[in-house]
Design a protein around this ligand. Structure first.
Ligand SMILES: Nc1ncnc2c1ncn2[C@@H]1O[C@H](COP(=O)(O)OP(=O)(O)O)[C@@H](O)[C@H]1O
Ligand SMILES: [Mg+2]
Length: 289
């Protein structure tokens, strides 16, 4: 029996019954699911995208057809992320070429597809996030898929706090991650996939975020003093998103030193923020080259 999934806009299953009846036959089982029902989880071997309502894994389907959207649908980044999973498991996805790849959800799945280490990451219905709290541990980080400069980013200490913040922000979609203890993080500026500058940023315990926009202290570190693993990870992450002027944020876990990529910024602060002279120098070389 071939399983086919139609991704639709509404949670009202009954609405699609006639459609399912007319498309099914003895060899084909058709299901529908709202895109709001898709539950995304990155965590090593437990990584999966499932349907929250039934627990079915997307990789059980032979074909996924997206009917929920138009070319300019705001939520298309969700399908761009889903496409990474479908590619890995040979699930045919139509359409899998949405051009909205903005934000953290797609980037994290693209990193996963490229075998780049990221924090454990949850995206989907609030009930799914709650289910995963035990696996993530507390505190954890809840951050907007469209966040920048440390905004819309919360340290979560309990299930009720998680529910409250999601309820208070009905227009924001969030990813939930385990909080990785750290003393700071790295911003590597790359041009054409070559590291040009390394800035170490630390809130020095004043905030759980290290963004310089929020007062994190920044130190310019000569590239030859940065570990080659960090630079290589920045290169791989930037290549996986094909970003030619990039700012890669990399976190080293306190104690273990394990590296994870938080994000790669497409418009890193090159003409603002810290160390403008060094950044202008990078731009100057780029322009003269
Ligand atoms: N999973 C995490 N564990 C620990 N700290 C995190 C985590 N995710 C984000 N942070 C902190 O929040 C800051 C901002 O997160 P980031 O993902 O880079 O988003 P933004 O686009 O807002 O810069 C990071 O520089 C880091 O200090
Ligand atoms: Mg950042």
């Amino acid at each position: 029996m071939k399983k086919i999934l139609l991704i639709v806009g509404s949670d009202d299953g009954a609405k699609y019954e006639p459609l399912i009846q007319s498309l099914s036959d003895e060899k084909t089982a058709i299901s529908t699911c709202s895109y709001r029902n898709l539950s995304f989880y990155i965590d090593g071997n437990n990584t999966a995208i499932t349907l929250f309502s039934t627990g079915e894994d997307i990789k059980e389907f032979s074909k996924v057809i997206v009917l929920a959207t138009s070319a300019f649908h705001r939520q298309n980044y969700i399908f761009s992320a889903l496409a990474c999973y479908c590619r890995r498991y040979g699930v045919t996805m139509l359409d899998d070429s949405f051009s909205n790849t903005d934000g953290k959800l797609y980037a994290l799945w693209r990193f996963w597809e490229s075998k780049i280490p990221v924090a454990k990451t949850v995206f989907g219905p609030v009930g799914f996030m709650v289910q995963k709290l035990d696996a993530l541990g507390l505190p954890c980080i809840l951050k907007s898929v469209q966040g920048t400069k440390g905004r819309d980013n919360y340290l979560i200490h309990s299930e009720s706090e998680l529910r409250q913040i999601i309820e208070q922000n009905p227009d924001t979609r969030f990813v939930l991650q385990n909080f990785i203890p750290n003393e700071g993080d790295w911003r590597i500026v790359l041009v054409n996939f070559e590291p040009k500058l390394a800035i170490y940023r630390s809130s020095r315990g004043k905030d759980f975020r290290n963004n310089t926009s929020l007062g994190g202290e920044a130190t310019l570190v000569p590239l030859d003093q940065v570990s080659p693993q960090i630079l290589q990870l920045a290169i791989s992450a930037t290549k996986s998103l094909d970003i030619k002027i990039a700012g890669a944020d990399i976190l080293a876990e306190k104690g273990t030193g394990d590296l994870t990529v938080l994000e790669v910024n497409r418009t890193p602060q090159l003409i603002s923020g810290s160390f403008i002279d060094a950044k202008i120098d990078v731009l100057k070389k780029l322009i003269q080259y």
